[in-house]
Design a protein around this ligand. Sequence first.
Ligand SMILES: *Cc1c(COP(=O)(O)O)cnc(C)c1O
Length: 241
Amino acid sequence: MNNRKASCLYIKEDICNMSVADNLKQIQDSLPNHVTLVAVSKTHTVDHIMNAYHEGQRDFGENKVQELTSKAEVIPKDVRWHLIGHLQTNKVKYVAGFVHMIHAIDSLKLLKEVNKRAAKSNRIIECLLQVHIAEEDTKFGLSHDECEGLLTDPLVSEMKNIRIKGLMGMATFTDDKVQVNREFAGLKKLFDELAQKHPNLEYWDPTVLSMGMSGDYPLAVEEGSNMVRVGSSIFGARDYN
Ligand SMILES: *Cc1c(COP(=O)(O)O)cnc(C)c1O
């Protein structure tokens, strides 16, 4: 509690609270019912997360393991934590006991480790395969072929403690709507194909298509997303210092 008033001065606090609440409401109201809003709280304080929590928000996303675990310790346990960033194999153990969904599975090695750690915690962890859809090559993810290869890998069929719930992708950071649309539409197409082609894999339950961030979530929803990961439009700009 000690830093609470320092970051957001007493008198201003209501205003701070209100803007997170207002932003959240506005976005929630704009989303169709079948779309889950993951509030991306990375770099933002526990206070801000709690503002959103008090508005009824329960799905939160973080991209760093350390930040996620320290926040999860102090935030009510009914929050569903989504790990949305690139995950290193050696850090899986820190989140396996509580994380709700891991969005960025991009290798067999990582999936194996998630399965192993989930088993130790007696849990089944929901996972998404991250597909590389951006034309820029700075972002992580599997190609379409790699994605199907991982999904159908015989080793994966032996994993009892993971469920692959769908796919995740990040579009190119650009104002070119045609391009962003094309990238989202491509991921939706892959999702539908993989759902159709592999209807009977026990560990594959294709119900989640995670695409869309602050700058492009309306387009993503139009193209078939049912889970959007929105940070700055709810919590404001991030300060990485
Ligand atoms: C940070 C982040 C987001 C949210 O970004 P905003 O532009 O602030 O909405 C979504 N997805 C991933 C993977 C992220 O790392």
